[in-house]
Design a protein around this ligand. Structure first.
Ligand code: SAH
Length: 410
């Protein structure tokens, strides 16, 4: 029978016997845990030598003697010679030093678990039966997958003394377009402050006792003002809660994430930001539009359609080597088109309007500057949509040329 202990090796002497590839792998792990490692081996493989050099690990260049194990908390023996490993293990036993014996089919008084981590949670897998590293690794991998998907109950049950806020970029909508880190933080959260855009499906998977606060804008409903959102984040974090501020796309692209970070910093609340796939790039991509394309568009200009048209936006719209991507631009479309034409952009400059990208209701309207307003009205284009202006918006850009013959307006 095996008892799994969560042992801290930090600052503790760990003696590695042997200098081959198994030692290299394990040494790396022990060093990462802060162990005070030392090696005894007649020679070192390149991998071990690199670690020894990088971390200043003391190396005794000779065969092991049984007295070497004295003073260590843990010995790891992987000499490639089962008899020597067994002798080392026996010497450890006499001196009450725990020993991992890496010889095939053998094991000492200790064995290493196949480990996976998620934040501050460590899961280890060992077996009572004979050594079968592939099996334990497979079980570990299966657990790691569940952890990554956020489907295990990672929330702290004892509330932390200090709360914190994580601004998580949720991407354009589907849960599997969130980052692994974002999923994990969501699974750890006590309070989730969410928007209308972004991955709202993942909210239904959270523990029933996770508090979900919807601050999203809905037609006919007033959005929660930004200073109230800031106050909510600070207030819950101060109460010791782990707060996730879940946002569509990336928190720092028209997400007012900067203001939320500033509010947390001003209040002395620990805050971190997790990037997300911004709709600037991912929504055009969903319609097959690369925002830059060699030979077609060398630059990218991003603009908030609600803002006044700046000189740099006018310059971008008139420049046929630049792609202009407009967010929040549906209502401002007529003004934008008029400004572009007045700035000298050609009437036949391609445009695409991509609504609800990466969702089952995704729809793309291909048009030109001259036709955009009428086409958008006819199609009943609505928010959320990303507007792309530039040659990359041309239909069939990425298709082989012969398939396009006579089909230029698709
Ligand atoms: N932080 C977000 C942008 C927030 S502004 C990001 O990085 O993506 C909100 C605007 O984003 C919307 O008006 C729309 O222009 C765009 N948007 C976000 N998600 C979208 C989606 N799935 N489909 C189309 N447009 C989207």
């Amino acid at each position: 029978m095996t008892t799994m202990l969560g042992v801290s090796l930090a600052g503790r002497r760990v003696l590695m016997v042997g200098g081959g590839s198994v030692t290299a792998r394990r040494l790396e792990r022990f060093l990462a845990d802060g162990a005070d490692a030392a090696i005894v081996a007649p020679e070192l493989s390149d991998g071990v030598r690199a670690l020894v050099d990088a971390h200043g690990v003391p190396w005794t260049p000779r065969r092991v003697r049984t007295a070497d194990v004295a003073g260590a908390w843990l010995v790891h023996t992987a000499t490639g010679d089962a008899r020597i490993d067994a002798d080392v293990a026996a010497a450890c036993e006499r001196r009450r030093v725990l020993c991992v014996n890496a010889s095939d089919g053998a094991h000492g008084s200790a064995r290493l678990a196949a480990e996976t981590r998620s934040g501050d949670v460590v899961v280890g897998v060992v077996s009572d039966a004979g050594v079968d590293p592939r099996r334990t690794a497979r079980v570990r991998d299966a657990v790691a997958t569940l952890l990554r998907e956020g489907s295990l109950p990672l929330r702290r049950r004892r509330s932390a003394r200090t709360g914190r806020v994580d601004l998580v970029g949720g991407g354009p909508g589907p849960a599997d377009l969130m980052t692994v880190r974002g999923r994990r933080l969501l699974a750890e959260a006590d309070v989730v402050v969410a928007d209308r855009l972004g991955p709202t499906d993942v909210l239904s998977e959270l523990d029933p006792d996770v508090e979900i606060i919807d601050v999203g804008k809905r037609p006919g409903h007033h959005p929660v003002p930004q200073d109230e959102i800031n106050a909510l984040l600070v207030e819950h974090a101060r109460a010791g809660k782990h707060v996730v501020r879940l946002k569509g796309g990336d928190p720092f692209v028209y997400g007012r994430g900067g203001e939320e970070v500033a509010a947390c910093l001003a209040a002395g609340v620990p805050v971190e930001v997790v990037p997300g796939l911004t709709s600037v790039v991912s929504v055009p991509q969903a319609a097959g539009i690369p925002v830059t394309h060699r030979g077609t568009a060398a630059g990218l200009h991003v603009v908030n359609g609600q803002a006044d048209t700046s000189p740099s936006t006018l310059a971008a719209l008139a420049d046929d080597t630049v792609t202009t991507v407009v967010l929040m631009g549906v209502a401002a479309l007529p003004r934008l088109v008029a400004a572009a034409l007045a700035a000298g952009a050609p009437a036949d400059r391609p445009m695409a309007i991509v609504e609800r990208g990466h969702t089952p209701e995704q729809r793309t309207t291909r048009t030109t500057l001259a036709e955009a307003v009428a086409d958008a009205e006819r199609a009943g284009v609505r928010n959320p949509a990303v507007i792309v202006v530039g040659d990359v918006a041309r239909a069939g850009l990425l298709l082989p040329q012969h398939e396009l013959a006579g089909d230029a307006n698709r």
